[in-house]
Design a protein. Sequence first.
Length: 102
Amino acid sequence: MGGQKKPTISKLKKMLHGRSKESGRDDKRKTEYGVVIDRNLEKELRNFILNQKYVTPSQVSRKGEIKISEARKFLRKLMEEGLLTLEVKNGDLEVYLPAKAS
């Protein structure tokens, strides 16, 4: 009555070729995020931010490949300079608008 069920044909093929779900996960590219924002990156991020309709810390983090905490600090710095306005702050979500669009 008990015992293991027979694997399907596609499952057998995957087992024979070594293509399991675990091996597919290793192939993904993992991005190492930096901590420091140098002058060139700051200039590039400013241009990117001011050309957007809205911006979030996750967008800045992906664009500059920096940590989200650093992206939040950078956006707050731009807000203090008057280039951005904070539109929505809800828990972890922060949405900023360029000052010219508001």
